[in-house]
Design a protein around this ligand. Structure first.
Ligand code: PBG
Length: 325
């Protein structure tokens, strides 16, 4: 008998052989493309730390959405930058707010495209926190009503799915009840169930103007070292009626994606966040990495880790690259 008997290289010998035995696949079907809609007219302001990402006013939004539609991406995720902010985030649940108007405009033009809305107060509050503040504390229960109102007004504007990202306890149930009571029992909740207090959101806070004006988000977003807590959060959201579970960020949390995938039967979405995007863009601009190859390897890695859905600023590029190969 000679050595080696098994030769794994046999199944790597050609492109078609590798195709045949490939275990995981990134598909256009997996992608959700986030967009930042801003108040004003004729605005298409580049986000400095996120090349290729813009703050776009409603009048210029549709051509940007068109890019996702052209690539057959199933859905977009909308974030709003309101004209004015206040202590109670009124812009978030204003029936004529930035998101409500954007949803109506997008659904009018592209009725088939899934329009998902981020439900949170931080872009709408002058203090930049995701809930109401009293005596320097972020209030939980008092914030739920406003989050539920926000989600309901998004649904009433035509949103296909709402995605609460605030991390207040009990918000999935509060939102579910508000939707059901008003005839939106069919609108799914994609919950940011497992959202860590992460430095990878830095560029997003520039993009959305949502940095907290005092303190940080550590009393509501999760502590990065924790795993079991992620499973409890997911379990709790499922019990409250969540339809899809988001894990966020993605790249430094692939073990969490795998653990949540293992522990629940719902679709799991990985949020490939702004800082992750910025790192790839910056290194690619320096000529230090191959943007396309690194991006596709990373997104495929998220699928391999167990994500069914990937929310990513790379979505339009990735879809184009998938179509080309
Ligand atoms: C709002 C929200 C944030 C992100 C999505 N929704 C920022 C935060 O929690 O500070 C981050 C997205 C990204 O970094 O790409 N709460």
């Amino acid at each position: 008998m000679y050595y080696p008997i098994t030769r794994p290289r046999r199944l790597r010998s050609s492109a078609n052989m590798r195709r045949l035995v490939r275990e995981h696949h990134l598909r256009v079907d997996d992608l959700i493309y986030p967009l930042f809609v801003t108040a004003g007219r004729d605005v298409k302001k580049p986000v400095q730390s996120m090349p290729g990402v813009y703050n776009i006013s409603l009048d210029l939004l549709l051509p940007e959405v068109e890019k996702a539609v052209q690539q057959d991406i199933p859905g977009i995720l909308l974030f709003g930058l309101p004209e004015t902010k206040d202590a109670i985030g009124s812009g978030a649940y204003d029936d004529n707010g930035i998101i409500q108007n954007a949803v109506r405009a997008v659904k009018d033009k592209y009725p088939e495209l899934l329009v998902v809305t981020d439900v949170c107060l931080c872009e709408y509050t002058d203090h930049g926190h995701c809930g109401l503040i009293r005596d320097g504390q972020v209030l939980n229960d008092a914030s739920l009503e406003l989050l539920a109102r926000t989600a309901l007004s998004h649904a009433q504007s035509g949103a296909d799915m709402v995605a609460p990202s605030d991390m207040m306890d009990g918000r999935v149930q509060a939102i579910r009840e508000a939707l059901d009571e008003h005839g939106y029992a069919g609108t799914p909740v994609m919950s940011y169930s497992v959202k860590y207090s992460s430095a990878f959101y830095g560029p997003f806070r520039e993009a959305a103007g949502s940095a907290p004006q005092f303190g940080d988000r550590k009393t509501y977003q999760m502590d990065p070292p924790n795993v079991r807590e992620a499973l409890r959060e997911a379990e709790q959201d499922i019990a409250e009626g969540a339809d899809i579970i988001i894990v966020k960020p993605a790249m430094a949390y692939m073990d969490i994606i795998a653990a949540v995938r293992e522990n629940c039967d719902l679709p799991v979405a990985a949020y490939n966040v702004s800082g992750e995007y910025a790192m790839i863009k910056a290194a690619a601009q320096m000529g230090w990495i191959d943007e396309q190859k690194v991006t596709m390897e990373m997104l495929t890695g998220l699928k391999r880790a167990g994500a069914d859905i990937i929310i990513t600023y790379h979505a339009v590029d990735a879809a184009r690259w998938l179509q080309e190969t």
